[in-house]
Design a protein around this ligand. Structure first.
Ligand code: PMP
Ligand code: GLU
Length: 399
């Protein structure tokens, strides 16, 4: 790093998910078929009625600045869909629309954390959570979960991690990278612990619509109204509506925190793209039949991916409740050798799979879970089956 660059960068890791996606893209540009399990984004196109709404908005003149915190139409659509699909009433003044949920989280970091603050992050975690906390000079405190507990935080572990400096906790349900989700019953004991504190509870619900086998997503404000003022919901259209490139996400907070985030955003990015906001209105207000088709595809691919991974020697894998990630334990492959070189870490396994059979996954270590790999199964089922066969053959060739 150049000494001219800000000190804060020396503590920040680049996004491992995006780095692996870039490596895979390079191989692809060299003419190789690459199995795309690294970046977490739906392979489906944004539904046609959403694209049509964006074209119409463009022709109507949605080409100018909008209010910083989002158009009244989008905020109204967020209020309606939050009440209908998450079960709680919110007001437009609680919402700030940003350029994706990642940006919404970063705004939050700028508005809420400062040096000396600790932010609890259960591991495995999405790679950007700790880095964003570090970027604003606060301290991420990683709180471990165990696979045998379904990767869900135990209340006694939460209790032990709390300190007078704890400012917030970031929960992600369903989780990136594990796909694990908290039911209402799982959340209540954690709330019991948090009740005695004034810690902000940030819940990233970006995968809430992608749950399987009848799992019911429990949005915290729908049943824990006494925590309302310090609950922060992060949501967006990227995953549910296959709209990753449109860059629309939002926070739902107390009115006063929304005002603080408004200030941050007014001095940085102004508003999320006007056309994207119009598209998001159509997404939230429009028909959901196509979403259900996508969700069913994810559900089927999940079973193919997880059962396939489980059948590989040296690999075990939990069946996730939601999102589109499988998170296998690959420690059974450690100690095996590929052309005389021993596989020692999850990075070794991920790199070997990419080099040997062009299977792009992400090592677990950047998610706080060494020994695991993350596979996004948001891609064609035939690719999943083919990749699993190739992985089986590659494992058989190890010494
Ligand atoms: N939170 C989680 C858990 C995610 O996986 C993602 C996807 N990158 C985001 C937030 C950010 O989503 P967006 O594309 O809306 O920035
Ligand atoms: N959330 C996705 C992932 O984890 C997209 C990439 C990113 O923003 O990190 O792969």
């Amino acid at each position: 790093m150049s000494r001219d660059f800000a000190d804060r960068l020396s503590a920040i890791a680049p996004s491992a998910t995006l780095a692996m996606a870039a490596k895979a893209a390079k191989l692809r540009s060299e003419g190789h078929k690459v199995y795309p399990f690294s970046v977490g984004e739906p392979d489906f196109d944004t539904p046609a009625h959403i694209r049509d709404a964006a074209k119409a908005a463009l022709d109507r003149g949605a080409t100018r600045y909008t209010p910083v915190t989002g158009t009244p139409e989008l905020k109204a659509a967020i209020c309606t869909s939050t009440e209908k699909y998450r079960g709680h009433k919110v007001e437009p003044a609680q919402i700030v629309v940003s350029s994706g949920a990642k940006h919404a989280l970063f705004n939050l970091a700028l508005a809420l954390y400062q040096p000396g603050d600790e932010v609890l992050i259960p591991s495995p975690f999405w790679v950007s959570y700790p880095e964003q906390v570090r970027m604003v000079g606060a301290t991420p405190v990683i709180v471990p979960t165990r696979e045998q507990d379904g990767f869900r935080l135990r209340p006694e572990v939460l209790q032990d991690a709390l300190s007078p400096r704890t400012k917030a906790i970031i929960l992600c349900t369903p989780s990136n990278p594990t796909g694990a989700a908290y039911s209402k019953k799982d959340l209540l004991p954690l709330l019991e612990v948090l009740r005695k504190t004034d810690v902000y509870i940030i819940v990233d619900e970006i995968y809430a619509d992608l749950v399987y086998d009848g799992f019911v997503h429990a949005s915290l404000p729908s049943f824990a109204s006494e925590f309302r003022d310090r609950t922060i919901i992060v949501d967006g259209v990227s995953k549910t509506f296959a709209m990753t490139g449109w860059r629309i996400g939002w926070t739902i907070t107390s009115n006063s925190l929304a005002k603080a985030i408004d200030i941050v955003q007014s001095q940085s990015t102004t508003n999320a793209a006007a056309i994207s906001q119009a598209a998001a209105v159509a997404a939230l207000n429009g028909p959901r039949a196509e979403l259900e088709v996508m969700r069913r595809h994810f559900s089927e691919r999940r079973v193919v991916m997880v059962e396939g991974l489980r059948s590989l020697p040296g690999v075990s894998c939990r069946m996730p409740e939601g999102a589109f990630y499988a998170f296998p334990d690959v420690r059974g492959l450690f100690g095996k050798k590929h052309r005389g070189v021993e596989l020692v870490t999850d990075h070794d396994v991920a790199n070997w799979l990419l080099d040997e059979v062009h299977v792009a996954s992400v090592a677990g270590e950047p998610f706080g879970a060494p020994g695991y790999l993350r596979f996004s199964y948001a891609c064609a089922e035939c690719d999943i089956r083919e990749a699993l066969d190739n992985m089986r053959n590659a494992i058989a060739r190890l010494d």
